[in-house]
Design a protein around this ligand. Structure first.
Ligand code: GLU
Length: 468
């Protein structure tokens, strides 16, 4: 197969939010398609009408868009294709690959109860499987696949290896319900076939479905796609990820101020590996991503690792893009937008903020000195630091700063000289300076702050701090 023919897809059911497992599946499919110059498609599995609200579908678009996973062409709606699904069910019926089942819900229920009571398999065996049409009643019927009852079905899975399912474990699944609506198991196969999907990469919670879906491919004489069933994400304790482990929705990570590029890196690495590489760029991921690198055992969510990658990416994003992403983050978080003055200040200060910032709010906290205005509001700790002794030292420093040349070396020299004259180490001066310039104790270096603020603003802030 030439690379050009690769077609992957993400097929989320609208649930109201985008789970990071879905995001990771989307990412894997996107990377695989991009790596092979193929197509990455989006299909909304909106057959559950109650859950498939516009809002729930919007959450999927928002998640994919924030993550930067662009899909090719128009979005497919599974629900809109119901007629086509029914057409295939009837085709299978005409071909003898499926049959009409007239069993009612009550009969099926009774069958199960009896089987349970007798300790037999509760897999429903329809009495209509081999019935001749002349015995058919004039009543509603479901269309069931005629599954083989002996032998094995083998899924050649790119992650799990060959998975063999005994055919006597498979029931004659329903393709079309008696009310004429298609089942998910049929729809997914028809859609994947019609969309030309070549590779189905999805969570391994769908592995059992694959054996049953395979029957539809085989009955219709369609080419079975390459399967890759990826183990689900687990929490740090090794149990299936749930709310109690922390954030499970993509939007929660966006709200934490993790840049999308870091989230892509982290999610790609979560369950896939390329040697020992932890940090990588999008370009590298697109070049490296393959199905062989997907691990067989579930990956565990690790916030420390995510923060670490986030810091590494923030340090590498160019300043203008960083400011734009921070603005988008504030907007999404419903926080006040940056003013022009703040954008200019932040851009100038970026060189001393972006190193070791684990997230956008972390960076903004470090950048507080440039975002804030006089009068500088000091937090409690900073207030305490500005005692009478410190103030008097700052009072000595201020006039010297008025005459110093505004370079890092000159500022360091002046500050060290004032510290020495007062018989204190420069460290003793650092805290009151932080308090005066930023009102906080966690800031960039004193000299970076002075350089960014400029002489006039620095002096005014020192005067203000020593005045009261
Ligand atoms: N709609 C399914 C889900 O959200 C995915 C089906 C598939 O990938 O085949 O889990």
């Amino acid at each position: 197969m030439s690379d050009k023919q690769v077609v992957t897809r993400i097929a989320p059911s609208p649930t109201g939010f985008m789970h990071i497992g879905t995001a990771r599946t989307a990412l894997f499919n996107w990377l695989f398609a991009r790596r092979h110059g193929g197509q990455f498609l989006l299909r909304i599995e909106d057959t559950d009408r109650a859950r498939s609200t516009d809002e729930a579908t919007e959450a999927i678009y928002r998640g994919l868009t924030w993550l930067g996973l662009d899909w090719d062409g128009d979005t497919f709606s599974q629900f809109a294709r119901a007629d086509r699904h029914a057409e295939v069910a009837h085709q299978m019926l005409a071909d003898g690959a499926a049959y009409k089942c007239f069993s009612t819900q009550e009969e099926i229920q009774a069958f199960r109860e009896q089987a349970r009571a007798e300790g037999k398999s509760t897999l429903f065996r329809s009495p209509w499987r081999d019935a001749i049409p002349s015995t058919h009643p004039d009543a509603p019927f479901a269309i069931r696949v005629k599954a083989p009852q002996s032998g094995d079905t083998v899924i050649h899975d790119q992650v799990q290896g060959d998975v063999t399912i005994r055919n006597d474990q498979l029931d004659d699944m329903i393709c079309l319900r008696s009310d004429g609506t298609p089942t998910y198991m049929l729809a997914v196969v028809v859609d994947d076939h019609d969309m030309g999907v070549t590779h189905v990469i999805r969570g391994d919670d769908h592995l059992n479905n694959a054996a049953r879906q395979m029957l539809v491919y085989l009955s219709m004489g369609w080419k079975v796609p390459v399967w890759a069933h990826v183990p689900l994400i687990h929490g740090p304790d090794g149990k299936k990820l749930s709310k109690r482990h922390g954030a499970t929705g993509v939007e929660e990570y966006q709200a934490m101020g993790i840049p999308a590029v870091a989230m892509r890196n982290y999610l790609t690495r979560l369950g896939w590996s390329h040697g020992d590489d932890e940090f990588f760029t999008d370009a590298q991921a697109k070049e490296w991503f393959d199905l062989k690198g997907i691990g067989k055992s579930p990956a565990r969510l690790d916030m420390k690792k995510l923060e670490n990658l986030s810091a590494q990416h923030i340090a590498r994003i160019d300043d203008a893009s960083l400011v734009a992403q921070i603005s988008a983050y504030l907007d999404a978080a419903g926080k006040p937008a940056l003013t022009d003055r703040q954008i200019t200040g932040l851009t100038e200060a970026m060189y001393c903020l972006k190193d070791r910032a684990r997230s956008f709010p972390d960076l903004l906290e470090k950048g507080h000195f440039i975002l804030t205005k006089r009068p500088i509001e000091r937090d409690e700790k900073s207030d305490k630091v500005l005692d009478a002794v410190s103030k008097s030292i700052l009072n000595e420093l201020t006039p010297q700063l008025q005459n110093a040349s505004w370079t890092r070396e000159a500022l360091e020299e002046v500050a060290n000289a004032v510290a020495a004259a007062n018989d204190v180490k420069f460290g003793k001066l650092a805290s009151p300076l932080r308090a005066a310039l930023a009102g906080r104790s966690v800031t960039p270096s004193i000299f970076d702050m002075m350089l960014v603020l400029g002489r006039e603003e620095t002096v005014l802030r020192l005067q203000e701090a020593t005045r009261d």
